[in-house]
Write a protein that binds this ligand. Sequence first.
Ligand SMILES: Nc1ncnc2c1ncn2[C@@H]1O[C@H](COP(=O)(O)OP(=O)(O)OP(=O)(O)O)[C@@H](O)[C@H]1O
Ligand SMILES: [Mg+2]
Length: 471
Amino acid sequence: MTMNRIGLKLGVAIMVLIIVILLSLGLAVDRLFTTFYDAQMKEDTHEIAAHFTTMAASGEDSSQSMIRTFAEFSNVKVYWLYADGRVLTLEGKKEQPSPSFVRKSENRRLLSGHAIEFRFQDGQHNRYYVVGKPVKRDKSTRSAIYIASSMKQIDNSLYRLRGLLILSGLGAFLLALGMILIMSKLLSRPLLQMQHMTGKMAKGDWDARLKIGGRDEIGMLGRSINDLAASLQRYRDTRQAFFSNISHELRTPVTYLQGYTKVLADGMVQSDKEKEQYLSIIYQESVRLERLINDLFDLSKMEEGQIKLTMESLDLKGPMKAALQKVKLKAENKHLSLQVDVHEHVPCIHGDRQRMEQVLLNLLENAIRFTENGTILVQLKKQNNAGVVIVADTGIGIPNEELPFIFERFYRVEKSRARKYGGTGLGLSIVKKYVEIQGGTVHVESTAGVGTTFTLTFPFEEKHEKGGMIS
Ligand SMILES: Nc1ncnc2c1ncn2[C@@H]1O[C@H](COP(=O)(O)OP(=O)(O)OP(=O)(O)O)[C@@H](O)[C@H]1O
Ligand SMILES: [Mg+2]
């Protein structure tokens, strides 16, 4: 049987505890019974001795035969000690102790009127409790009586009791041992599984999962490890997708740039108009490339947690106006109406002015890009204890099943949209990241063919250090 270390440590600790408990319990029970039997026997012997001395003190002739008869019924042996030192044995019904316990010094003490008591063991290891009492008549001691009570019955009872105690102790010990073995197996099995699985994860195998049913701490740890494996797996998958997306997104503009510059360099253009057209494409593609690189740079900085924010007490009206100013021309070119609705007295939030402007710009650019005609509404209002910015459009909308993914990097609803609208799918992932690092939330509602509404919520500023830099 392989016994792992935790199981062993736990088992030994519990076993030691159980042995200590069993031993002290056994000793206590043994002590209790021994003193009880002892006290009982002493009391009985003293009582019988008192009885016999009273009988003997009466001085009647029948007293000797009465004592003999009583002695036969009880488990004692009686010796009559005369004043001249002779000892008369009055036979009890049980075995005979040798009268060797009768010693001169004790006889003298007895005959001088003092009671005595002691324990005695004969040659056959039989133990006796002996009580000696003087027989007094007319205030003088004429003789004395020894009562020897055999301790054999008590010894037998104690022997049986000890046997029972040892047996039940052994039973309890074996039961505890079995329980500990089962418990340590139950405890250590999931831990060993976890060790095995984390070992696999360290080697890059993130597909394995633990089968854990319990709801205790070990079960919770197992579930956390499974979650960790799932996030690592997701991370690996998205990282792979991310790199293939980057190469794809970079390759497209670079191919255009190469193609058109080669055409121009080789003098293959027929007219100035054509040349202008190609140069315009080269310019647009280089702008697109620059934007893509900037976005990627921002995202990677955010991923590494290295982005520096200049947090300040921020009136959302400021970045809102700045962003609107920048997209105004684009909206006019598409004949879209830009409606602005700013509620009065919206308190300041705690945020970074430039990032906030970037967020609003991304949302506004999307709204304009994906709306053919109608209105784009930008609203700033107060809701509970937060400032709320709404960017709503009457554009093509986003199908419901696509909504959960639009904040992912490089995600575009229907890949054909990219060709038509020219986006790279990074804008919203930057929006979400920027909003979250400023303590806000972003929410989207959309109906395909009707329009889309993005809602940003930022809690009002509490007590913050103004202009502080956080990373
Ligand atoms: N207002 C909107 N109306 C309809 N669809 C939208 C809207 N905003 C975003 N989308 C959809 O969500 C996708 C992701 O948006 P996101 O801003 O991340 O990327 P993009 O606009 O395509 O590219 P980029 O912003 O990087 O130039 C878009 O491709 C588009 O399909
Ligand atoms: Mg966008």
